[in-house]
Design a protein around this ligand. Sequence first.
Ligand code: ZN
Length: 147
Amino acid sequence: MTNCPLCSGKIARDTKMIEYKYKDHTREIEQSGDYCEVCGEGFLSPADLRQSKKELADFKREVDDLLTGKDLARIRKNNHLSQKEASELFGGGVRAFHKYEVGENTQSKPLDILLRLIDSNKITIEDIRRLYAPHEDQNSDVGLSVG
Ligand SMILES: [Zn+2]
């Protein structure tokens, strides 16, 4: 793309600061894209939008006192979990952690609290695995004890 479909002006790669407002907080987020040098119209690719969407999601999470995508990835990696393993352990679908980390979804407050407890070593991944491990005596020990 070299010319603007709106005004035929020249289009060039640029990064502009876009102001976002959320709950009385304001933040300028960089938006890379192809911009018309004459009318200023922006032409954004899916990759351009992905980056700003991630930063926008983190801005909202910071305002809401939730862990950011970076925090989530750090805690997950510190505990040697892949995105898939973390999603299986905490629920929300196999791509849940991928979505949280790229800002496509926001984690719930209870999950956020749990991850903070894990991060401060108050709970371990092993504690959680023990709580939700399949009961090994499921078949051998079922029945009423009469006595
Ligand atoms: Zn233009």
